[in-house]
Design a protein around this ligand. Structure first.
Ligand code: SF4
Length: 380
């Protein structure tokens, strides 16, 4: 099946936030030209431009990073000009671009409009000055407010990222962040709990005892508070970390969770053809060097068996609040849900972690809170 979805990774950031382990380079704008050269070559894989090969027609395009908005208006224009040679949005396509609050200017908004962006995902993380400082972010609460106002005024669908469990953060501070996000009137909120990734500055501070994670019990209260507050404000909790006003779901992520095939370009970007996930080399400089030299630039190739693909479909399906419909699952995977995980489903229902109405299975709130342990059971 030809993919109708594409992801493009833009690996540039002004500085690396202490908790971040994404594939990116910070303070290396000197590499931007070379990045465009490599990206143009990688896009050549689609073959578009040859007379008989049409451009890839997309339902969704997601520009993530890093920080795509770090390219500024001129770089965003350049990016869309390049992408437009190989892909084209179909009618009503969703085009998302991630942005950092400090980058959002009237000029950037114009470049987004010219490129056809419909949705902006803003890395706000918090509206509390102290939390932003602790998180090592380079913007303040007013930058988030100003950016959201500009983007909403321009008519984009706006998604705001919020982070919980920052060191020292209280439940009351999370509540205040949620209230502030609701007041801003964004269409979509993604709530992520801080994770302590190996190799990050935060993780080494934690090991030295200089930073202390929030207790697990408090983390759970924060997560439940997010669900309560956002649902009360009219946001649908449609996936573990994601909340949307009616019509505001991220269609691109929904394509991932439905295991549809997608294309991906850029360092660390992973593409999926329905069976094989191919992840580009994570290092920006290695990815560029290999692509430009014409070498294989895949860092990892993971080909699943039919059963592995079906099990993965269960995990991503159960991350969505609507869960999995037995019939749809059988049609899409060729497997019977109960033959694969029937005993697990019985156990989850008995423990109050899932609901099963005979045709559909979905996780309860209690199930979502322990979902990582449930996934381990499905993938075992
Ligand atoms: S701005 Fe985002 S991608 Fe860049 S370092 Fe910070 S968290 Fe990571």
């Amino acid at each position: 099946m030809t993919p109708r979805h594409a992801y493009v990774h833009v690996p540039f950031c002004r500085h690396r936030c202490g908790y971040c382990d994404f594939a990116l380079v910070a303070g290396r704008d000197d590499l931007i030209d070379r990045y465009f050269t490599a990206l143009a070559i990688e896009l050549g894989r689609l073959g578009a431009g040859a007379a008989e090969v049409p451009r890839l027609r997309l339902d969704t395009l997601y520009l993530g990073g890093g920080t795509p908005s770090h390219l500024e208006a001129a770089g965003i224009d350049r990016l869309f000009t390049l992408l437009g040679r190989s892909m084209e949005p179909g009618p009503g396509a969703e085009i998302t671009c991630e942005a950092n609050p400090l980058d959002v200017t009237a000029g950037l908004v114009k470049a987004f409009e010219a490129g056809g962006v419909t949705r902006v995902s803003l890395g706000g993380q918090s509206l509390d000055a102290n939390t932003l400082r602790v998180l090592d972010r380079d913007h303040g609460p007013d930058d988030v407010r100003r950016a959201v106002d500009l983007l909403l005024h321009a008519g984009f669908t706006v998604s705001l990222d919020l982070m919980t469990a920052a060191p020292g953060q209280s439940v009351a501070e999370v509540e205040a962040d949620l209230a502030a996000a609701v007041d801003l009137g964004v269409h979509h909120v993604s709530v992520y709990c801080l994770t302590w990734e190996k190799g990050t500055a935060f993780e080494s501070s934690r090991r030295r005892g200089a930073m202390k994670p929030v207790e697990e019990g408090v983390e759970r209260v924060m997560f439940e508070t997010a669900i309560d507050r956002l649902e009360a404000a009219g946001y649908e909790h449609y996936e573990v970390s994601n909340f949307a006003k009616p019509g505001g779901r991220c269609r691109h992520n929904e394509a991932y969770w439905a295991c549809r095939p997608w294309e991906a370009f850029g360092p660390g970007a992973a593409r999926f053809d329905g069976r094989t996930r191919t992840t580009n080399h994570r290092s920006t400089t290695t990815w560029m060097a290999k692509v430009i030299a014409g070498d294989d630039h895949a860092g990892d190739v993971d080909t699943m068996t039919d059963e592995e693909a079906a099990r993965e479909r269960i995990v991503v399906g159960l991350r969505r609040r609507e869960g999995i419909t037995r019939e749809t699952f059988r049609e899409a995977s060729g497997f019977d849900l109960d033959a694969l995980v029937g005993p697990s489903i019985h156990r989850w229902v008995a423990a109050g972690h899932a609901t099963d109405d005979g045709s559909r299975v979905w996780l309860t709130r209690a199930g979502l809170l322990v979902s990582d342990a449930l996934w381990a059971e499905v993938l075992a």
